[in-house]
Design a protein. Structure first.
Length: 301
């Protein structure tokens, strides 16, 4: 099982002058995409008993995602109001006192022998107590030898204390085996370095694989032995909601199927190229339709 631990929320997406509620959240999107691609996946995050909570659970169940570890609560679901500019999504969050925000260490289930990797990321890393809870889970997973994939998906306006958040990210990068980093993330993390230089420098901090994404410019995979590129698939873009999250799922799905998650130190070029291509193709389907609507496995055959 690949365990995805992190935020779920409701995206309020503009359409024809109104807002349409769509289930989403960076880590939720990745879990959903993994399930639709046929990977064995488990999801961990507090889910509200409000109507939005049911909206979040239903698609996961349909995709075969195990939500058994999710604590249920009467606190409300986080809302993210989306603004689209030229297809690019920007967000405003309503999160204070929400179901996920108050995720506590006492809510963490024990790690189980069937877990093959942990995926974390998004805004769930920023505030406490949920950020500290995810950090605790990550440290436990790394200590148990589980490969951790991190996608910081940085939202600068959501960060109240930049110094504290940079320190947390530094610790999480040290625990991570895989880091996916976007151009926006790199501009925030290392504004004085060229993006590719900054991405490759992350290898010196612990990860064995760094994935640098650039939207329409494609992706670059960095390991100590390889630098591989994959072009983006050309499609008519509806919006970019969930594109990076689907890319994450494509990478994890491909590496899982190749039985490569346990040998990230020895990734060969064919395996890595196939994973990049699979991830790029899955992300292209997502951007071709509104909202975070990742593909099913049969759509990629």
């Amino acid at each position: 099982m690949i365990l995805c631990a992190g935020e779920s929320l409701i995206d309020m997406v503009p359409r024809d002058g109104l807002y349409r509620p769509l289930a989403g959240g960076s880590v939720w999107n990745t879990a959903l995409a993994l399930g639709r691609l046929g990977a064995p996946v488990r999801y961990l995050w507090p889910i509200s008993r409000d109507p939005f909570g049911e909206m979040l659970l239903r698609p996961l169940a349909e995709a075969g995602v195990d939500t058994g570890p999710c604590p249920r609560t009467d606190r409300l679901t986080t809302l993210a109001v989306v603004t689209l500019t030229g297809g690019e999504a920007r967000y405003s969050f309503y999160d204070e006192g929400s179901a996920g925000r108050l995720f506590a260490e006492t809510d963490l289930p024990p790690l189980t022998p069937d877990q093959s990797a942990l995926f974390i990321g998004g805004i769930s890393l920023v505030p406490d107590p949920c950020g500290a809870t995810i950090e605790t889970l990550t440290a436990r997973a790394a200590a148990a030898g589980l490969p951790v994939m991190l996608d910081p998906n940085i939202r600068p306006f959501f960060i109240p204390d930049e110094t504290e958040y940079r320190a947390r990210l530094d610790r999480l990068i040290g625990h991570a085996a895989i880091v996916k980093i976007s151009g926006d993330d790199l501009a925030w993390l290392s504004p004085d370095q060229p993006p590719e230089t900054a991405a490759r420098a992350l290898l010196d901090r612990g990860p064995r694989l760094v994935l640098q994404t650039g939207g329409a410019d494609g992706a670059i995979a960095h390991t100590r032995d390889h630098r591989l590129t994959a072009p983006a698939f050309r499609v008519e873009v509806a919006d970019t909601i969930g594109a990076g999250d689907t890319f994450n799922a494509g990478i994890l799905d491909a590496l899982h199927r190749a039985e490569a998650l346990a040998r990230l130190d020895r990734l060969d070029e064919p395996t890595l190229t196939a994973a990049l291509t699979h991830a790029a193709r899955a992300a292209a389907v997502t951007v071709s339709r509104p909202g975070a609507d990742p593909p099913w496995a049969h759509e990629l055959t």
